[in-house]
Design a protein around this ligand. Sequence first.
Ligand code: GDD
Ligand code: MG
Length: 365
Amino acid sequence: MWHAGAMTEAVLLVGGQGTRLRPLTINTPKPMLPVAGVPFTVHQITRARDAGVTRIVLGTSYKAEVFREFIDGSDLGIEIVIATEDEPLGTGGAIRHALPYLQSGPDDPVLIFNGDVLSGVDITGLVDHHARTGSDVTLYLTPVEDPRAYGLVPTDQHGRVTAFLEKPTHPHEIVTNNINAGCYVFRRSVIDAIPHGRVVSVERETFPGLLASGALVSGVVDSGYWLDLGTPLSFVQGSRDLVLGHAPSPAVPSRGDFLALDGASIAASAQVHGGTSVGRGAVIGEGAVVNGSVIFDGARIDAGALVRNSIVGVDAQVGADCVLDGAVIGDGAVIGAGNELLTGVRIWPGSQLAATTIRFSSDRS
Ligand code: GDD
Ligand code: MG
């Protein structure tokens, strides 16, 4: 007879392609993009560590080599094991693929989380709830205004999950505002039962299957900080919230109105604020205004440019007097002086944009 032990292991799902964040994710998988000074995944790993996880399996697929090169658990005080799928196996397939790398007993709780969610979830509270209720799976749920882009998870008055509706398309399926917030506790034996060696969606197959078989699936609603960093605007928001201290993470190098990493250079007359982070060796020119943005390592923002809610890739250059608002500039792109790039604009890595002689009279406050 097995008894459940403490939660010491986690599986972090980081194999997705990050399509909505292209072109940033062409060279770098989404969880490895720098957010508030460190790869995003480090914020999640250190939060799990602080909740008692001593060993974490990274379920990788897309650009797995980048994780192998840059993530070292000994720096972070946790053992990290990198599991790589030959072909992407989906969220459930990736969890099953991680099984041989786990050391937990069959009844032990294993923490599982999506690699693109920034949250303040009380991990210990989630695990306690799982143990107290004897659940097979416990899901972290969060209320959102428009749940349609997520997994909808209605519960009964005891917190028992009654259905799992992934990205529903019919209005009658919009039965709750509580969504799957992308963090679960699984009894390890539930992982064993996921089919092996094929694509499985935990959201579309495993959860509905567990409910149909009468398994005890619990939901814990937590309305604290939660953000999915899937789009450029939410990516900059997450980075900004970490720098400003609105989102919790033990891995932010320092908090304040902005974060400047080693070797960043900011001209005396430049204004950098709103939770902006300025990467290693990046240069902000005289009179430039950079607000709520992420400037990657080695990027250059020239004199008089206005950059707001934007992401500027590694070694990219933004010419003098450019106006960027909600733009994404790929690695190494060169934007000639005086260009105006507004919300939704994405510039491919290495592209060159000629300077323009038209000067925009934008509000520079
Ligand atoms: N290893 C591996 N292999 N990881 C994968 C694979 C795969 O084949 N496919 C996706 N992932 C990882 C992604 O990297 C991401 O961290 C996580 O699994 C979830 O995939 P997304 O593609 O980001 O899904 P989503 O955002 O559309 O929806 C998911 O998250 C929502 C919350 O943010 C679902 O879990 C929803 O139910 C949930 O509400
Ligand atoms: Mg996602």
